[in-house]
Design a protein. Structure first.
Length: 232
C-alpha cells in the first residue's frame, strides 16, 4: 500500500534568510533595510523597487519572502501576478503593493497595477505605501503601457544574476537540509547534468523528489529519481 503524504514538512516558506545571495547581495540588502530586522526599524523609501532578471534568478522567491515578512509583522499586502484570477481592488490597509511577472500583464492587469501604484505612492490619506515589482526585463524594455512602465523604472532597480554551478549546489544542499532530507553528491550531479539548470526548476524537482521519497519510504537515490520520472 502506498503511504499517503501530508503537506506538513514538504513545502518550505520563502524567506530572505533562505535566499542564497551570491552576486545579488545589493538587492537582498535593500530588501532587508526596507523590512527591518526586529532590531532596526524599516527604512522603506517612498520610491518603488524593481527587480529584474532571467527565470530562475530568484525574483518570485524574494517577492514572496517580503510578503511573508510583512505578514509576520502584522501588515497586509496587495499581491498581483498574471495567474491571479480575481485580483482585488486597492486596499488602504495594505502596507505594500507587490507586482510579480509584470512583463506578462494583460491590459486589464496593467490598468489595475497602475491604479495600485498611484494609490500606493500618492494616497488620498495616510502614508505612502511601498511598491515592489519584478519582471524578466529591464524597465525600459517592458511591453507595458508607458505610464506604468515609466513608474516601475522610477526608483530602485536591481538586476538579479543567475547563480553559478557551485552556488546552485549550495542552494540545493540548503533546501534539502531545510526539508530534513539527505541529498548525496551523486544525486545532485545527476540533477544538474540531466535537468533544467535554472534554480526554479531544480527546486521544483527537489520538492517532487522529497514527496516521492516520503510516499515510497525510500532514501533519495538516483534509482529512486529514475523511478519517479517513470511514473505517469
Amino acid at each position: 500500500m502506498k503511504q499517503l503524504v501530508l503537506d506538513i514538512g514538504l513545502a518550505t516558506v520563502p524567506t530572505l534568510d533562505r535566499f542564497f545571495a551570491g552576486p545579488n547581495g545589493a538587492a537582498l540588502q535593500h530588501l532587508r533595510l526596507a523590512l527591518g530586522d526586529g532590531r532596526h526599524a524599516a527604512t522603506r523609501s517612498p520610491v518603488p523597487s524593481y527587480l529584474w532578471g532571467e527565470p530562475g534568478s530568484g525574483k518570485t522567491h524574494l517577492l514572496q519572502a517580503v510578503c511573508q515578512s510583512l505578514r509576520e509583522q502584522g501588515a497586509s499586502v496587495g499581491w498581483l501576478d498574471p495567474a491571479l484570477s480575481a485580483p482585488p481592488d486597492f486596499d488602504e490597509n495594505w502596507a505594500a503593493v507587490v507586482l510579480d511577472d509584470v512583463q506578462s500583464y494583460d491590459s486589464a492587469r496593467q490598468a489595475l497595477a497602475f491604479n495600485w501604484f498611484v494609490n500606493a505612492i500618492s494616497p488620498a490619506s495616510g502614508a505612502q505605501r511601498w511598491v515592489l515589482a519584478a519582471g524578466s526585463l529591464p524597465p525600459a524594455d517592458l511591453p507595458l503601457r508607458e505610464d506604468l512602465r515609466s513608474r516601475l523604472g522610477w526608483g530602485h532597480v536591481f538586476q538579479l544574476q543567475l547563480l553559478g554551478e557551485a552556488e546552485r549546489r549550495s542552494v540545493l544542499r540548503q533546501e534539502a537540509d531545510a526539508r530534513g532530507v539527505f541529498l548525496g553528491d551523486e544525486v545532485m550531479d545527476y540533477m544538474l547534468r540531466r535537468f533544467a539548470r535554472d534554480l526554479g526548476s531544480l527546486m521544483q524537482l527537489l520538492e517532487r523528489l522529497d514527496a516521492f521519497a516520503l510516499s515510497t519510504r525510500r532514501a533519495i537515490t538516483i534509482p529512486l529519481l529514475k523511478t519517479m520520472l517513470e511514473q505517469p
